[in-house]
Ligand binder design. Structure first.
Ligand code: WTA
Length: 668
């Protein structure tokens, strides 16, 4: 990485000088104070031993960390516990059975404006988890068997995950928006014995079927010699399953097997390293990686970070994470973290704009949500719609806002804090990954003076660093690769069935130093605070200058006519790579005017410098995104390099690429 360019790009990022001090009320009563950093640094294992005490162990560990066989870690060696007991039963036993665990909000709304909703207390959750655990056992699921969960955002998804955890059957949740093919490859990879699904779910006001995809996936896997033994089907939409849509030898209704099962179930304590779940995530090759998380360390990490980063006060807070259960965020910060902490939370089934654009804000108002956790892509789309929509709702209950999934542009951060948080709320920009299992880099709401766009520093007990090619920490004011220098409890243990790929992907780049390579580029500013720049494969090299896609996107989004922007580096005969930008205009900007492209190029030039000026700016109606909201730059690169557009199967909406191409053909 060239010194000169990092300085140049950094200097531009650092034009952002707003700082937001923690509000006094939050700082004073914060769960975590500044001393925690030093305490953890002095004795990391002692610190993580203390954090593990927040769980109930039926047998305590003998050793906090066994790193002798690095990079294969063992945490809380010899300890035994049950994750579901920790998330449910112990709260009931402590007299908190009447506390609402989940305010579930369905998408459909009746003519009176009432949502199809359900409040589930911890006692009720215990009852359902026990029944489901008994039902799964009855269906032949044994400790160690894999169970796939392919469900919409309904309470049964949480119940199913916890029921699996309770009987020691690792679950693999496959996002309900994934295709039959994607489901089949995951079922095969982890050899799932049972699939839990539903007839369908509600999205954008209409029922959308799920069960047929399971049938199709089952046919595919059986052709490859893998047999799914049972499919448990939750009735959600009541839609017709069609001819041949039910196989008596395999399919059973959830309500038939779960409702009739006993609500008594004694949880077995499992080894701390017992597999809890496998979560598939995309890697650099076509084959998804099954990230394996185990029990004791993962639950400790999820619980501690949820409590620390969101400053959770379980008695008074109402927490809401908008992530789908099909992603790691839904695992750590909708299921395991919040429930281990005895939180009360909202779970919402549908889309943010159904039946109206203010749906999320109405939920915050109705349930008096105090902590809200979402993704920058959502925030930008709300910015695009304009503040009039959220302004109609009373969101004064909010006290902390969180962001996850990609770097948050300073503009989006400030809008989020200002419009949604009423300028009272700290914004915690949390960096982590499916692989890390828990938040690693984030401000702490009662300690950190936040900088818009920066994830700031690693949380207590975590050691993140930015290093150069040689694995040496870069000085403040420079950029490099983001690494984690010490093991942490919720770290992935391996890639399911592929230890070699696990080593290669994460541990070979800085093998000598023993660092975990995150695959992200980052910079340290003059204060040593970390700015995550995005995947290193998203970093462009233009005339030998390193440029971050995120940085240019932020510059574009800071223009008043721009709603959203995606930038890719396209091959260029002269400069190696050239900056190509795809821009969605704000609704009130109309078509932007004749000179819009010139205006935007000029703007980037001004914001970042001539080197960042896009070679091409294309005004488009939509951007191609995965179902988790990540922009698929690979496809945009195909457009920018005039290639045939590649595989679009993981797009949330596969027609988006057609829209983009049509717009470009008609010269818009
Ligand atoms: C990106 C999601 C910047 C990053 C929890 C990482 C972020 C990848 C942030 C992991 C953030 C996530 N700032 N970038 N706050 N959070 N990322 O596995 O590139 O879906 O490597 O986990 O998302 O995505 P994953």
């Amino acid at each position: 990485m060239s010194e000169e360019t990092t300085d140049e790009t950094l200097a531009n990022l650092l034009k952002e000088e707003r700082r937001f001090e923690p509000p006094a009320a939050i700082a004073e009563h914060a769960n975590v104070k500044a001393e925690a950093y030093e305490r953890a640094r002095r004795d990391p294992e002692g610190f993580w031993a203390e954090q593990a005490e927040r769980l109930d162990w039926s047998q305590k560990w003998d050793r906090v960390l066994d790193w002798d066989d690095a990079p294969f870690a063992k945490w809380y060696v010899g300890g035994r516990l049950n994750a579901a007991y920790n998330c449910v039963d112990r709260h009931v036993e402590a007299g908190r059975g009447d506390r609402v665990a989940i305010h579930w909000v369905g998408e459909p709304v009746d003519s009176q404006g009432n949502a199809d909703s359900r409040d589930i207390t911890y006692a009720q959750l215990q009852d359902e988890v026990c029944r489901a655990a008994n039902a799964l056992t009855e269906l032949g699921v044994r400790t160690g068997d894999r169970v796939a969960i392919y469900l919409p955002m309904i309470p049964e998804a949480v119940v199913a995950m916890l029921a699996c955890a309770r009987i020691g059957a690792p679950h693999t949740v496959v996002f309900g928006g994934f295709s039959a093919d994607a489901l089949a490859s995951r079922l095969e990879d982890c050899q799932a014995k049972v699939v839990i699904t539903s007839d369908g779910g509600y999205r954008r006001g209409a029922p959308s079927a799920l069960k047929p995809a399971v049938d199709e996936a089952r046919t595919k896997t059986s052709q490859n010699g893998h047999v799914v033994e049972k499919v448990v089907v939750v009735r959600r939409t009541g839609q017709d399953l069609g001819d041949g849509g039910w196989d008596d030898a395999v399919d059973v209704w959830w309500h038939d097997v779960v409702d009739s099962a006993s609500p008594q179930h004694t949880p077995e304590a499992f080894d701390s390293e017992h597999p809890l779940y496998v979560m598939y995530t995309s890697g650099t090759t076509g084959k998804p990686k099954g990230i394996l998380h185990t029990t004791g360390g993962y639950l400790t990490g999820a619980a501690y970070t949820h409590w620390a980063v969101f400053d959770l006060k379980p008695e008074t807070d109402v927490y809401w994470c908008s992530a789908d259960i099909g992603w790691v965020t839904g695992h750590s910060y909708l299921v395991y973290g919040p429930l281990a902490n005895g939180a009360t939370q909202v779970m919402y089934e549908g889309t943010p704009d159904s039946p109206e654009r203010g749906r999320w804000w109405k939920i915050i108002q109705d349930y008096q949500v105090t902590i809200f956790y979402t993704a920058p892509t959502a925030i930008r789309s709300f910015m695009k719609q304009g503040r009039e929509i959220p302004d109609k709702y009373d969101m004064s209950s909010l006290r902390i806002l969180g962001s996850v999934g990609e770097p948050i542009n300073p503009e989006a951060y400030v809008w989020y804090r200002h419009v949604i948080g009423g300028d009272r709320t700290p914004v915690v920009d949390t960096w982590w990954q499916t692989e890390t299992g828990m938040i690693m880099i984030s401000p702490l709401p009662g300690v950190t003076a936040g900088k818009p766009g920066s994830a700031m520093t690693s949380i207590p007990g975590v050691s993140a660093e930015v290093v150069n090619e040689a694995g040496e920490p870069v000085p403040n004011g420079s950029g490099g690769y983001l690494v984690l220098t010490q093991p942490w409890p919720a770290m992935l243990r391996t890639i399911w069935g592929d230890d070699e790929r696990f080593r290669d992907t994460y541990w070979s780049r800085f093998a000598q130093e023993g660092f975990y390579f995150a695959g992200d580029g980052a910079k340290k500013d003059d204060d040593g605070d970390i700015w995550v720049l995005g995947r290193v494969d998203d970093v462009m090299n233009v005339s030998g200058h390193r440029l971050s896609t995120t940085e240019i996107e932020s510059a574009l989004v800071s223009h008043p006519k721009v709603a959203e922007a995606a930038v890719v580096g396209a091959k260029d005969a002269d400069t190696g790579q050239a900056v190509c930008a795809f821009v969605i205009l704000r609704e009130d900007a109309g078509d932007g005017g004749d000179d819009i492209v010139k205006e935007l190029r000029q703007h980037v030039r001004k914001e970042i410098g001539p080197i960042a000026t896009p070679r091409q700016i294309m005004i488009v109606p939509e951007l191609p995104k995965t179902r988790s909201g990540k922009i698929m730059r690979r496809l945009l690169r195909d457009v920018a390099e005039n290639r045939e557009v590649g595989d679009v199967t993981t797009l949330a909406d596969s027609s988006v690429m057609d829209l983009i191409s049509q717009g470009l053909d008609s010269g818009k």
